[in-house]
Design a protein around this ligand. Structure first.
Ligand SMILES: C[S@@+](CC[C@H](N)C(=O)[O-])C[C@H]1O[C@@H](n2cnc3c(N)ncnc32)[C@H](O)[C@@H]1O
Length: 220
């Protein structure tokens, strides 16, 4: 089993002894790896599709039979029993889908959350800050040419203020090579957007793109 740097970064935020809920677990790599390293001994493993859930079951049986696992076919938190987990991971999906899963989860999603959006991290941060979640930490990790962010947050019930640049760069901006790579990616996307705005005459869009490029340059 190959445990990628992305999965390792997610794992690093899971406290010892956690009863983990892995939403959209697919092959169950996260709970298996956490169990093999002795961090967790039980998990709720869920997925919206039967195929990935069956693949997770097979992997647990073969690679980590000591993991006490419940397998739940579920759209987000819908069929998951409240109170059967201390922390939920929702990783490897688009930021908008993750926000939708948290929103639909209601009370069941008001636990510490580890989120790893593959796209639209800005939309996810916006949702969290406008819906009573506090982002406690963000970690950045490079894998080949890809850069990922991993968000750790808690429900507090208090909305947070944020700036336009916070949506894109987050509020936790470590002075690391990984964050510099993340900023470079944002700058490259903003350059493309700027070119499009220049053609279409979208002055507001161009100003937003320019502000992202200027902020990004502070970090690389
Ligand atoms: C790309 S995999 C990510 C697997 C793993 N979480 C990771 O980070 O490597 C996405 C998984 O999420 C599942 N999924 C998509 N939408 C979901 C939803 N609304 N609720 C639960 N699982 C979902 C898919 O079936 C798929 O197995």
């Amino acid at each position: 089993m190959t445990v990628t740097k992305r999965i390792k970064a997610i794992e690093s935020l899971v406290p010892y002894g956690t009863r983990l809920l892995d939403v959209g677990s697919d092959h169950a790599l996260l709970p298996i790896s956490l169990c093999l390293s002795g961090v967790i001994s039980q998990a709720v493993i869920s997925d919206i599709n039967q195929g990935p859930l069956d693949s997770g079951k097979r992997n647990v049986a073969q690679l980590c039979p000591k993991l006490k696992a419940d397998f739940v076919l579920s759209d987000g938190f819908a069929n998951v029993e409240k109170g059967s987990y201390d922390l939920a991971a929702i990783c490897g999906m688009g930021g908008e889908l993750i926000a939708r899963i948290i929103n639909d989860g209601g009370d069941k999603a008001r636990v510490p959350l580890i989120l790893q959006p593959m796209t639209h991290a800005d939309d996810l941060r916006k949702y969290l800050w406008e819906n009573g979640f506090e982002i406690k930490e963000e970690r950045f990790v490079c894998e080949g040419r890809r850069v990922y962010c991993v968000i750790f947050c808690n429900y507090t019930g208090n909305n947070s203020r944020y700036s336009y640049s916070d949506l894109y760069f987050g509020k936790h901006r470590p002075k690391t090579a990984e964050f510099a790579a993340y900023a470079k990616k944002l700058a490259a996307a903003a350059e493309k957007r700027l070119a499009g705005c220049s053609v279409s005459g979208d002055l507001a869009g161009a100003a937003e793109a320019e502000s992202i490029i200027a902020t990004a340059k502070e970090y690389f």
